[in-house]
Write a protein that binds this ligand. Structure first.
Ligand SMILES: NC(=O)c1ccc[n+]([C@@H]2O[C@H](COP(=O)([O-])OP(=O)(O)OC[C@H]3O[C@@H](n4cnc5c(N)ncnc54)[C@H](OP(=O)(O)O)[C@@H]3O)[C@@H](O)[C@H]2O)c1
Length: 272
């Protein structure tokens, strides 16, 4: 396959994580044009022959940056309108777009990029920073472009394909925002451990290692989480005592249902 020209618009937290994955992917034949106004965190790119970094689109155009096969839109949703307007001649008829912005629909993007534009939409999550993300991709696009988008996203973790863009708000509520729920779980377990008499450091260490270890176990074995839970719950034991609280009518299931519904509603709101 010919070398692809990928432009990354916005190289903040998620953009940097993806770029790191792309550069590490030896199977990805691509060069990268990065548009990012703040570059102090991009020193690690010095001497990278496959990467050109510009503060804005006009500088990239003036410098004769190559025409992109794909432009990855990775600015905050509230900056998207302005960022698209500034694309200028970087946006040309043959390039494809991949947006990772929460809540922004392909319809909204096509209104700005042109009705004929090929626009894909993805929702990654922060474990992408360590190559352990999961990204949902909605790609109503020619196979070659869908494959390139999949390869770009797979460089930072798993990729699942959505046939229905309408699922994106629920995806955002589960996996996009989900890492924060897990971090909160660790905080809650630590605080509860401290209340139960543990020194602060030990409570935090135990809670973190337990969540990481349980995650690694779940990923390593082909056993559903409900079975893993049952496997560590002996009748009348300590885990059963805790789960009776967590699984009560007003327990974790009810709370999580409310939390995910709130995140989904907010995602829909942000998209309007
Ligand atoms: N972080 C996550 O967990 C996560 C998960 C899923 C999806 N996303 C999506 O990923 C996107 C990026 O999020 P992030 O957390 O990486 O945000 P971020 O760290 O703020 O990165 C965005 C970067 O783009 C820059 N920027 C703003 N306007 C620009 C323009 N016109 N051209 C080029 N660069 C521009 C920003 O600079 P300024 O600071 O000056 O604005 C910032 O450095 C968002 O749309 C978000 O919804 C993020």
């Amino acid at each position: 396959m010919a070398t692809q020209q990928v432009t990354l618009l916005g190289c903040g937290k998620m953009g940097s994580a993806m770029l790191e994955g792309w550069l590490a992917d030896t199977g990805l034949a691509a060069d990268f044009t990065i548009i990012e106004p703040h570059q102090t965190h991009l020193g690690w790119l010095d001497g990278q022959p496959r990467v050109r970094v510009y503060a804005d689109c006009a500088s990239a155009v003036a410098d004769g940056a190559p025409e992109s096969t794909m432009i990855v839109l990775a600015v905050k949703p509230q900056m998207m309108d302005e960022a698209i307007a500034a694309l200028g001649s970087l946006a040309h008829g043959d390039c494809t777009y991949l947006s990772i912005a929460a809540g922004i629909s392909t319809g909204w993007l096509k209104q700005r990029l042109g009705a004929q534009a090929v626009v894909m939409r993805a929702m990654p999550n922060t474990p992408a920073a360590v190559g352990k993300g999961i990204t949902a991709l909605f790609a109503d696009a020619p196979e070659m472009m869908r494959d390139l988008a999949t390869q770009l996203l797979a460089a930072v973790g798993q990729v699942v394909h959505l046939q229905d863009e309408g699922l994106m708000d629920a995806v955002t509520a589960v996996s996009g925002s989900g890492p924060a729920y897990v971090f909160l779980l660790v905080e809650a377990m630590s605080a509860a451990g401290i209340k139960a008499g543990l020194p602060d450091d030990l409570a935090i260490e135990l809670a973190m290692a337990t969540v990481c270890g349980a995650g690694a176990l779940m990923a390593a074995v082909d056993t559903p989480p409900s079975v893993l839970r049952e496997n560590v719950t002996s009748k009348g034991g300590t885990t059963a005592a805790a789960l009776a609280v967590l699984m009560a009518d007003d327990g974790l299931n009810t709370l999580m249902t409310k939390a995910v519904a709130a995140a989904k509603a907010r995602s829909i709101e942000l998209g309007n």
